[in-house]
Design a protein around this ligand. Structure first.
Ligand code: GAL
Length: 714
């Protein structure tokens, strides 16, 4: 059984040169001409031009319509579609169609389909129905990718390669025997010996000691209490296995084409299906699919969080690409909400404000048939008489007016939130003091408080360079390695402000608990520690002396150099510290031992901003979003109003959407957006940004290569 496709250590990525996908910002979406008769194609390109579409994603699910039986390929329709788009000046983001293996392949080799933890093998009919470790699937996929790349590798219409689709969406974890063998191989490379695996996982507990590699299985079954070390390593292995597949396709594409290569991720709040931040350095431009959720009352903040996370995935904070979003309801939620008037543009420009160099939708034209027949589109079933179409045309015109923004970067943030999928996986699985905690909750809570104050923050992986930030927030980072802990601890030592929340630093990378008190790795820098965790019961609340009420999580904290800022006033911990602050020279280290409600997070955040001197982009009420993108000698202020009433902000410049001079006070209409080209700001640095109070190093660190290291202990 071959397992040669799964590396234990991901090779370091080469820094990719900047990518220019279109003249100006990219605009378009998934285009599926194979679903339509040829006469519709002519209307498609005519309407694409009317809307200003300049890039479409082609062929995502077109494996079976090209390779109609084993080794037999009919390229004619794809040739025609690429040629038609090219004639009309529309660029192509050409997908390798490997997300959907053809029916003939699945039927001849059902063993390539993924197996769930309970042993159930997925039948054909969905997508990503393949096991990431299957050598057979890999062989067929790469053979087709090579044929595709040979054919279109030098076609002038092809601006970007799009590997598969949402890798991991449906096959992020496979528990088949092939995967089990690949996992053992991965473990052998990571640990070197079976003794090291036994030691790392603490297999003496429950008598699980392994005497041979073949005794190690993936965490199968339904008991929900896998060994935490085994569980975490299977998560890591699964992410690496999919990344290995991406890299294999990328390598084939690069053999035949000099075009940039990417894949569309699914980045939001909380733990992702795979560790995308580790993947991002392997993409020429990081790409994301983002859909707002109907039951999220703060869906615009979820969008901002995802966008800040995309930007934070590259060391240089380079532009990324919104690869998919929707013009209205998708069809996979329970009740798929239409967007309000203006919301398509407000959402789209929020992504651009935070660093996307384009706006692409799923999908160009609404399908008549198939599973997603009721999914919204740029061109809805009702055609050009629809409100959505009118808004799509307006958005296209507005993106053209913003063409000069392309290639600029979001101004360097002075605040960062550290996020790690590995920590999220660990927090949410297995037997824990509180099994209902969700990683995304604490991340969103601290991000919201900054977002509502118009404070820009990068959402960064744990291996990011933290030196450029005046404020670093570390929420529920359950698993942390010593090197990351050292870089986090350096923040207050060099005069910055650090905030760490409960359940951070508690475990080593192998999931073993750090003994001596919580929060293990951060005890010393915080000058505070807990000897006992007090998760609260459903409905139980504990009062704080700042007027707040805590649900879910409290701890018995002891001061060891820090001061108590907020204390518990009820329950078994009454009188004890809940929030602490240790002054460290000019810096400060905060510990939040409780799951604070929003008003408590707000109060602490106000203090953090005082401590750190991190400024707001503008002074406005919550609901107004403000982000600046900067170029060599240019700066653009994006102002978005998510509320139902007009809002005023002190700002001035040329409103690029209205083509008018505005200021010194600008009204942002209810639900509207303004983008100002600002007059040069006095004291701005070469990239147009104001320098950080602390770090002369921010410029150099911003230009350094991505920091994914082969020796990364994760
Ligand atoms: C994405 C997927 C698209 C389409 C879309 C619908 O997750 O990549 O192919 O299914 O969802 O919202």
């Amino acid at each position: 059984m071959s397992v040669e496709f799964v590396p234990a250590v991901v090779p370091p990525a080469r820094p990719a040169p900047p990518v220019r996908l279109a003249d100006g910002l990219a605009y378009g979406g998934d285009y599926n001409p194979e679903q339509w008769p040829r006469e519709v194609w002519d209307e498609d390109v005519r309407l694409m031009r009317e809307a200003g579409v300049n890039l479409v994603t082609l062929g995502v699910f077109a494996w079976g319509t090209v390779e109609t039986s084993d080794g037999v390929r009919d390229w004619s329709w794809l040739d025609d579609a690429v040629a038609l788009l090219h004639r009309h000046g529309i660029g192509v983001d050409l997908a390798t169609p490997t997300a959907a293996p053809p029916s003939w392949l699945l039927s001849a080799h059902p063993e390539i389909a993924p197996v769930l933890a309970d042993g159930y093998r997925e039948p054909p009919g969905g997508r990503n129905a393949w096991c990431p470790a299957s050598p057979l699937y890999r062989r067929y996929a790469l053979r087709h990718v090579a044929a595709l790349a040979e054919r279109y590798g030098h076609h002038p219409a092809v601006r970007l390669w799009h590997v598969g689709n949402e890798l991991g969406g449906g096959n992020a974890r496979c528990y088949c025997d092939v995967s089990a063998a690949a996992f053992r191989h991965w473990l052998a490379a990571r640990y070197g010996s079976l003794e090291a695996v036994n030691a790392a996982w603490g297999t003496a507990q429950w008598g699980h000691r392994y005497g041979a590699w073949d005794e190690i299985d993936p965490p199968r079954g339904r008991h929900g209490a896998p060994n935490p070390g085994l569980f975490l390593d299977y998560e890591r292995y699964s992410s690496d296995a999919l990344l290995a597949h991406y890299l294999a396709e990328k390598e084939v594409l690069e053999r035949h084409s000099a075009g940039p290569v990417t894949t569309n991720m699914m980045v939001g709040a909380g733990a992702q299906v795979v560790d995308y931040a580790a993947w991002a350095p392997h993409t020429a431009v990081a790409a994301n699919d983002h859909y707002t959720l109907v039951d999220d009352p703060l869906r615009e903040q979820d969008l901002a969080f995802a966008a800040d996370r995309m930007r934070g995935m590259s060391a240089e904070r380079r532009p990324w690409l919104l690869m998919e979003t929707s013009t209205g309801g998708p069809s996979w939620q329970q009740r798929n909400r239409a967007k309000e008037a203006g919301e398509i543009e407000r959402n789209a420009l929020a992504h651009v404000a935070r660093g996307s160099d384009g706006v692409l939708f799923f999908q160009w034209r609404a399908s008549r048939a198939g599973a997603e027949q009721f999914h919204s589109a740029m061109l809805p079933h009702s055609g050009t008489r629809s409100r959505v179409w009118q808004e799509v045309v307006t958005l296209g015109a507005h993106l053209r007016a913003l063409a000069e923004v392309q290639g600029t970067r979001v101004e360097p943030a002075r605040a960062a939130i550290v996020v790690d999928d590995v920590a999220g996986w660990a927090l949410q699985h297995g037997l824990k003091p509180h099994r209902g905690l969700r990683y995304g909750r604490e991340l969103r809570a601290w991000h919201r408080a900054l977002w509502e104050r118009q404070v820009l923050c990068d959402v960064v992986p744990p291996w990011a360079d933290l030196d450029a930030y005046d404020l670093v927030v570390v929420p529920t980072l359950l698993v942390v390695d010593d090197e990351t802990a050292r870089r986090v601890a350096a923040v207050p030592e060099r005069g910055g402000t650090l905030l760490v929340t409960y359940l951070s630093g508690v475990c080593e990378p192998d999931a073993q608990v750090r003994t001596g008190g919580f929060p293990g790795a951060f005890r010393d820098v915080l000058g505070a520690w807990s000897d006992e965790l007090y998760p609260l019961q459903v409905g139980e609340q504990v009062l704080l002396d700042d007027g707040g009420r805590v649900e879910d999580w409290t701890e018995r904290v002891h001061l060891d150099g820090a001061d108590a800022v907020v204390r518990y006033t009820s329950g078994p911990l009454a009188g004890g510290p809940a929030v602490t602050r240790r002054a460290v020279g000019r810096g400060a280290a905060w510990y939040v031992s409780a799951a604070l409600p929003p008003d408590g997070v707000d109060r602490v955040t106000a203090r953090l901003l005082d401590d750190s001197g991190v400024p707001r982009t503008v002074e406005a009420d919550p609901g107004v979003e403000a982000v600046r993108r900067v170029g060599d000698d240019r700066s653009y202020l994006f102002l978005l109003n998510h509320t139902g009433t007009d809002r005023k902000v002190a700002a001035a410049g040329t409103d690029l959407l209205a083509a008018a001079e505005v200021g010194p006070v600008v009204t942002i209409p209810a639900g509207g957006v303004r983008v100002l080209r600002e007059p040069p700001r006095p004291g701005a640095s070469a990239d147009g940004s104001a320098p950080s109070a602390l770090s002369a190093s921010s410029a150099s660190s911003a230009s350094s290569a991505p920091t994914l290291r082969p020796e990364d202990p994760r």
